[in-house]
Ligand binder design. Structure first.
Ligand code: NAD
Ligand code: ZN
Length: 252
């Protein structure tokens, strides 16, 4: 069903996607790191994804944190600094406009931990992978929000019980927040259209949100620089930058 291989974002494909969205009252959007790339936040898999020659898969895990919490925290401290300087781009802004139009009919499930969607004005956001601005105690589980960059001391410790704090994100091998994931899956299976943007759709179970819409026979629009595993199955696959294509899909 997808566009021809390499099918770029030609005007007719954009028009078809736009018509699907215009007709939809219930829309689910699934976003990944690509949506924040144009804000200067590096993706894991693209260029700029390496940090001191460590791969994210070696740092974003409970095992890495148990082995070397200071190393893992210095990586997060660097990422918090990068994200702290980033501002929402036209892709984030377009999704906030779509929500303003649809109200409760809109749901944004994001794998991003940067909160740039919220900064752009999105409110109905479900953070499938947590937030980089949240610190969670490994002892008493207390959570707090802290926007300081750099953090005053690494690794940070809980003021209540003295145990190590960890980033409030979901690491490789950990479960996603069940309520957020469940809501996203249910909404995807019953929506009028799903938009999957800036995600390689290989990280499960988040990618399952797009698959749930496909299985239920819902129209799916993909926006990505490169083809993904989903490209051949979606209704319209648009190749290009989310910062350019999402505004064209949503309009002013
Ligand atoms: P990912 O698997 O979602 O891959 C990024 C995708 O975005 C790729 O398919 C790439 O082709 C596409 N892309 C890149 N720039 C684009 C652009 N301008 N327009 C359209 N598409 C573009 O993400 P990942 O980087 O492999 O990270 C995996 C997980 O790590 C994420 O799901 C998230 O939890 C976390 N992460 C979060 C952030 C963030 O919050 N901004 C950044 C990096 C990683
Ligand atoms: Zn504690």
């Amino acid at each position: 069903m997808g566009d021809e291989p390499g099918g770029a974002a030609d005007d007719s494909a954009v028009a078809r996607a736009r018509a699907l969205l215009d007709a939809a009252r219930r829309v689910v959007v699934l976003t990944g790191a690509g949506v924040s790339a144009e804000s200067g936040v590096p993706t894991f898999r693209g260029q700029g994804g390496l940090w001191r020659s460590h791969r994210p898969e070696e740092l974003a895990t409970p095992e890495a944190f148990a082995r070397d919490p200071e190393l893992v925290w210095s990586w997060y401290d660097w990422r918090r600094h990068t994200v702290g300087q980033a501002r929402p781009n036209p892709g984030h802004e377009a999704l906030a406009r779509l929500e303003a139009r649809l109200g409760d009919g809109f749901l944004l499930a994001t794998q991003n931990v940067d909160r740039l969607h919220q900064q752009a004005g999105s409110r109905r956001v479900r953070e499938l992978h947590g937030s980089i601005w949240v610190l969670r105690c490994t002892g008493c589980e207390r959570e707090r929000e802290d926007r300081a960059t750099p953090l005053p001391s690494l690794p940070p410790r809980c003021a209540a019980c003295g145990a190590l704090e960890r980033p409030g994100v979901v690491w490789f091998g950990e479960s996603l927040p069940a309520d957020a994931l469940g809501e996203a899956l249910r909404a995807a299976a019953t929506c009028d259209a799903l938009v999957v943007a800036g995600t390689s759709a290989v990280v499960y179970p988040a990618a399952g949100v797009a698959v749930a819409a496909l299985r239920a026979g819902r129209p799916v629009i993909e926006v990505n620089l490169d083809p993904t595993d989903l490209s051949g199955q979606v209704t319209v696959s648009l190749r290009g930058k989310t910062g350019e294509l999402l505004p064209r899909l949503v309009g002013a």
